[in-house]
Write a protein that binds this ligand. Structure first.
Ligand SMILES: C[S@@+](CC[C@H](N)C(=O)[O-])C[C@H]1O[C@@H](n2cnc3c(N)ncnc32)[C@H](O)[C@@H]1O
Length: 576
């Protein structure tokens, strides 16, 4: 795996960061890029000549674990590997302290992507004084033609250095000037001709590629690049038009008003291109979310999390590497997301109707304090709050809940929940499907079969009853929940007596309910299962004591030895 040393993380001390900022000659900042940002130390310098607004700072950093902090500090994280970066934004200032071993390559890349602006880079002195590679020679050449360099010693040994290293450094300054202004004065007819030809060629090639390649991501990236180029050309053309308009002079009507020449400035061009670029990224990322079926695989609450994160996602540069990185991140989280879905489903089944579950004693081998475990019943699940809306269909939220149940049980059954066409149910024959297509039968009280449950609906009470048709699936569900809640032992621990009581829990339910009623004086707070999950430790303990007290009495009456049952550690087969 990668480590900080692989990526050569050495944060710049503040004193050195300030020196670096002082190197810039242009004090008007449009947009800043830090292409190997670490924790953003270079951007912390508040050198007074350079006031930049945080939302004008883009950062790239290969180590994803640093992204949350960078975002917290207000920077736009737009990419991971700078060597693969193809950002279309137009920066006025690039400030960098890249990994020393790849210093020259990083600065050359910065030079390449820069349109019109300045670069300040902190490098190892060796990079300049010992130009034994092609890249180093190119860099030295660039410095000779477009900039300057200052050598310093002890820069990473000052008081405020976090990771000290005894290295001599080179502070490189480069200024790149676009040929834009010269372009403006160039032969416009010549320019127009060659642009038209280029456009033709490009359009033709793009169309062919779109038709031939079947990969959505690739097509999106191609479309994005084409849109970026087209936007850029549009803005240049507007600037060029304005330039020539200005040569011609104002109209008679406007002679006496203030005539703006703004559209011909570099600032206008870069700002307009930046705005258009952000808009394109926003559209492109929204498209990835829409078409990658990422969202359809998630529960509605997980969907909300991803949607909230969209603000961060849409800032990332729109490249294949970043798209795959993002999708992979979601995949990695998928295990957690599945678990979250299962727990949400369990909560929504148990929360509003205490009789959907039966109790058992939770497994906590090293803890004398007993906990109450719960599992849903095999026989019948009662779900309230499923109202029919004006449209004659279930209300939207109720339908979402059914989709979540469908997704959860489909996943538990090892099925992949795929992308679906608009308006189609997520799972064929699932709960959502029967409520969409057999609502009349359900409303008239018929018992309707769905993929994993028989369903009966009571419109008056807005309640439905589910009768599980696949007991093994419910068992799997109960075991997954039990393990996630630590009510059940991990595979291979626990013992037979414990498992016997878990498996027979439904048989003991009546007796336990009676026992609970007898102990009513111990509980006066409403739905006890709700308190089992309370954030308040005191409430949780009280609810636990009430239930485990009743369960223990019943189990002992049935001949169980609770102490042995919970503490003995014998191999056990528990299949999910
Ligand atoms: C010497 S540290 C400097 C960090 C920061 N610029 C500063 O001045 O505090 C180099 C940083 O570059 C990152 N890095 C290494 N290779 C990179 C790459 N290819 N693209 C982007 N960042 C990279 C490392 O993870 C590390 O945070």
């Amino acid at each position: 795996m990668h480590s900080e040393d692989n990526w050569q993380f050495y944060p710049t001390p503040l004193s050195l960061a300030t020196k670096a900022w002082k190197k810039f000659k242009n004090n008007t900042i449009t947009k800043v890029l830090e292409p190997s940002a670490g924790n953003g130390a270079l951007l912390e310098s508040e050198y007074r000549g350079l006031r930049y607004r945080m939302d004008n700072v883009d950062v790239v950093e290969i180590d994803m674990s640093k992204h949350p902090l960078l975002r917290e500090k207000g920077f736009n994280v737009i990419g991971l590997d700078f060597m693969k970066f193809e950002g279309g934004s137009y920066y006025s200032h690039i400030i960098m302290n890249p990994p020393f071993a790849q210093g020259a390559q990083h600065v050359l890349r910065a030079w390449e992507i820069l349109f019109d602006g300045e670069i300040v880079a902190i490098l190892n002195k060796e990079t300049i004084t010992n130009p034994h590679t092609k890249e180093r020679r190119m860099l030295v050449d660039l410095i000779e033609r477009h900039g300057e360099v200052e050598f310093m010693t002890e820069a990473f040994m000052s008081e405020d250095t976090l990771r000290k290293t005894n290295v001599e450094i080179a502070m490189v300054y480069l200024r790149k000037q676009s040929l834009f202004m010269e372009d403006l004065a160039g032969d416009i007819l010549e320019g127009l001709r060659s642009e038209q030809e280029q456009d033709h060629g490009l359009g033709y090639e793009q169309e062919n590629q779109l038709a031939l390649k079947n990969s959505t991501i690739e097509n999106l990236v191609i479309a994005f690049k084409a849109a970026t180029i087209a936007n850029r050309q549009q803005v240049f053309a507007m600037a060029r038009a304005a330039y020539y308009r200005n040569i011609l002079g104002s109209t008679m009507e406007r002679m006496h008003s203030n005539f703006s020449t703004e559209e011909t400035t570099i600032k206008w061009v870069t700002q307009t291109i930046n705005e258009m670029y952000l808009d394109l990224k926003n559209r492109a990322w929204a498209n990835v979310l829409r078409s990658s079926d990422v969202l359809s695989k998630l529960s509605s609450s997980a969907q909300k999390t991803v949607e909230k994160e969209f603000e961060n996602i849409k800032k990332l540069e729109f490249s294949k590497a970043n798209i795959y990185g993002f999708l992979l991140g979601i995949l990695e989280k998928q295990g957690d997301i599945q678990n979250e879905m299962i727990l949400n489903c369990f909560e929504s089944i148990t929360r509003y109707h205490s009789q959907n579950t039966v109790y058992y004693l939770g497994w906590l081998s090293n803890n004398k304090h007993r906990t109450a475990g719960m599992r849903i019943k095999m026989s019948r699940i009662v779900l309230p709050y499923f109202r029919i809306g004006f449209s004659g269909q279930l209300e939207w939220e109720a339908m979402q809940k059914l989709r979540d149940y469908d997704k959860t049980f489909e996943l538990l059954n090892g099925q992949v929940v795929g992308p679906v066409e608009q308006g189609k149910p997520l799972v064929e024959g699932g709960l959502e499907d029967v409520f969409q297509n057999q609502i009349d039968a359900l409303r008239s009280g018929e018992r309707v079969s769905s993929k994993y449950f028989d369903v009966r609906y009571y419109p008056g009470r807005a309640t439905m009853h589910l009768f599980p048709t696949d007991k093994k699936l419910i068992e799997r569900f109960n075991i997954r929940v039990g393990r996630l809640k630590a009510w059940l032992p991990e595979f291979g621990s626990g013992n037979d007596e414990f498992m016997a009581h878990y498996e027979d829990a439904e048989k003991f339910d009546k007796e336990i309910q009676t026992e609970l009623k007898n102990r009513k004086d111990q509980w006066r707070f409403g739905n006890v299962t709700y308190y089992l999950d309370s954030k308040d430790e005191h409430d949780r303990k009280r609810a636990n004591d009430y239930i485990t007290g009743a369960v223990s009495v019943v189990l002992e009456r049935r001949g169980y030895n609770i102490h042995n049952m919970l503490t003995e550690n014998k191999p056990l087969q528990l299949t999910a």
